[in-house]
Design a binder for this molecule. Structure first.
Ligand SMILES: NC(=O)c1ccc[n+]([C@@H]2O[C@H](COP(=O)([O-])OP(=O)(O)OC[C@H]3O[C@@H](n4cnc5c(N)ncnc54)[C@H](O)[C@@H]3O)[C@@H](O)[C@H]2O)c1
Length: 252
């Protein structure tokens, strides 16, 4: 158990699957009430939480739309009375995003990535801030990426740029909301398998794995411990920071 989390209320964007789902399930085991916000149906994650004895509120949310994030915050407060934690995990990544040379990325695709990966966290913070300010306390965790440091993998310029935006957003926002008792940090995961690797996958030969100090595949469970720490009172004097959770990698 992690001290100080029981009874808190968290919004987890991107909670329908992948890292968001893993974080939501784990936070719930600490006694946190979870609002799951995703453009996809979060019913399955909510059911898993409730079956395990937790509380969950699935909310169909488009983080790129202000009216939708506003409704997300209002519905969470209507159900649970407060918002203590915001995990900005929703993002366009992996198979949702074609890798291509930058000269083939058109304006519409560039704007789509920025709308979800950068404007999304901004709109979610705007929606929850009034409640956190009133409480005089709050925890916000944004999701950057290892590709911010490395510029890898190649042909992922839009994605890497969006995650650089998340890092800058975290640092600048921490200065503005610190006086209200709100901490803002980010995590930068390395390449993470959110579904089982394909049969032909060879962990020993995988270049990302070989680039790590800790030579194995990364899974969502490897990220959740850092999230628990950044959401809990154990990190109350840490803000504006980024923690790389990548097994000591120098590649994406
Ligand atoms: N998996 C990785 O290798 C990796 C590495 C570094 C960083 N990250 C970051 O971690 C986060 C989670 O990644 P993941 O691998 O679990 O991805 P994923 O695709 O499995 O999950 C992302 C979730 O975000 C949701 N989403 C997308 N657009 C949305 C929108 N407009 N509004 C609301 N929800 C929306 C999706 O529906 C999905 O449920 C992302 O921010 C990603 O950039 C992932």
């Amino acid at each position: 158990m992690v001290g100080g989390l029981a009874g808190k209320v968290a919004i987890v964007t991107g909670g329908a699957r992948g890292i968001g789902r893993a974080c939501a399930l784990r936070l719930s085991r600490e006694g946190v009430k979870i609002a799951l916000a995703d453009i996809l149906d979060c019913g399955d994650t909510a059911e898993a939480i409730v079956t395990a004895g937790g509380e969950a509120l699935p909310l169909r949310t488009d983080v790129a739309q202000g009216r939708s994030t506003q409704a997300m915050a209002e519905a969470t407060v209507a159900r649970y009375g407060r918002i203590d934690i915001l995990l900005n995990i929703a993002g366009i990544v992996g198979a949702q995003l074609a890798r291509k040379p930058f000269w083939e990325i058109d304006e519409a695709e560039w704007d789509r990535i920025m709308a979800v990966n950068v404007r999304g966290p901004f709109l979610c913070v705007k929606a929850v801030f009034p409640y956190m300010r009133r409480q005089g306390k709050g925890k916000i965790v944004n999701f950057a990426s290892n590709s911010f440091f490395s510029g890898k993998p190649p042909n992922f310029l839009h994605y890497a740029t969006s995650k650089g935006g998340v890092v800058a957003f975290t640092r600048a926002l921490a200065r503005e909301v610190g006086p209200f008792g709100i901490c803002v940090n980010s995590v930068a995961p390395g390449l993470t398998y959110t579904t089982p690797p394909p049969p032909e996958y060879n962990e020993t030969a995988d270049p990302t794995v070989r680039s790590r100090c800790l030579r194995r595949t990364q899974y969502p469970a490897d990220v959740v411990g850092t999230i628990l720490f950044l959401a809990s009172p154990a990190s109350d004097f840490i803000t504006g920071q980024m923690i790389a959770v990548n097994g000591g990698s120098d590649l994406y």
